[in-house]
Ligand binder design. Structure first.
Ligand SMILES: [Zn+2]
Length: 309
């Protein structure tokens, strides 16, 4: 009896764990879909998919935008794509250098998919791969992380923009400038006004400014994306939305940071006082992780703006 109870509890726990993470398929426009992962931190359970990917059904195969962080995550992505179409994944387009954007490449390449990326994206992937693999070991566990093989686009596109004709669709892979990571890119599907922005846009959660995140350039890049006038924004993190949400959750915040911190520096306010004075930013308090990230973002913006003077 006790054994049976133990087995029941074990199975119940397994079912709970399995139900807890879902990679949501969200139709965006006729041919475009988002695959929205978790908002919270990376974990073994979510296969480090705390981000948003996407795909396009081209009529002659699927073009995947982002491949996940591991073979386990890639398998899940493939399963979710298969709920929408029987077309195979023929292309994987990398628009980011963070682990969950591209470390699943190998899984799809082994099945014959072509990996496409700008050279600037590949350069950043190469620069960060070692670090990201090390972090994945902590997140996924040694065994799952050991299965991760970096696989780079074999013929990186040297220009900052290129037209891709995949199946029946014409897409534009472009680098509007630097963003969350240098070398981040955007996939623009003009026919349906859908922008796969990767980490240039965060929805629902607060973005993070890292030492390698040039905030002024990111703000400019955001403005270049907004100038495309997308109707659909598939962000790098968070659920898909429109340009108004992208502005509210990302563009306005970048602008606010640059302007407010810049003004404080002009006034000779020191770092600690600047963080104090700007700690309350009600316009952005709706964003998840505001408490964890906002002060850090002010700090990092201050260091960058001051060293640029
Ligand atoms: Zn990201």
């Amino acid at each position: 009896m006790i054994q049976r109870l133990a087995l029941f509890l074990f199975l119940a726990a397994q079912a709970c764990a399995a139900a807890a993470f879902e990679l949501l398929v969200e139709p965006v426009s006729e041919h475009a879909y988002a695959l929205a992962g978790d908002i919270g931190p990376r974990s073994a359970e979510n296969h480090a998919l705390n981000n948003t990917l996407g795909f396009l059904v081209t009529g002659q195969g699927v073009a995947l935008i982002g491949s996940g962080a591991s073979p386990g995550g890639a398998r899940l992505i493939q399963q979710q794509v298969a709920t929408v179409t029987e077309q195979p994944i023929r292309w994987v387009i990398n628009i980011g250098a963070q682990d969950h954007h591209w470390l699943g490449n190998d899984y799809f390449a082994r099945q014959g998919a072509e990996i496409l990326a700008l050279a600037s994206t590949v350069a950043t992937q190469k620069a960060h791969a070692k670090n990201h693999l090390k972090r994945l070991q902590e997140v996924l566990g040694a065994e799952a992380a050991a299965a991760v093989t970096p696989h780079y686009a074999p013929q990186p596109i040297p220009q900052d923009a290129a037209v891709l004709r995949l199946g029946e669709l014409e897409l534009r892979l472009m680098r509007p400038g630097n963003g969350h990571f240098p070398g981040d890119a955007v996939l623009w599907f003009e026919a349906e006004k859908a922008a796969f922005t990767g980490d240039f846009v965060f929805h629902d959660r607060m973005l993070g400014i890292h030492p390698f995140t040039p905030i002024v350039q990111w703000r400019n890049s955001f403005n270049a994306i907004a100038a495309l006038q997308p109707e659909h924004v598939i962000p790098g993190h968070g659920r898909p939305g429109d340009l108004a949400q992208a502005r509210r959750d990302t563009g306005d915040y970048l602008h606010w940071l640059v302007e407010s911190v810049g003004a404080a520096i002009e006034d000779w306010t020191d770092l600690a006082d600047t963080i104090d004075q700007l700690a309350e930013a009600p316009r952005f308090q709706h964003l998840q992780f505001y408490e964890q990230w906002h002060a850090r973002n002010i700090h990092q913006t201050y260091l960058q703006l001051e060293s640029a003077r």
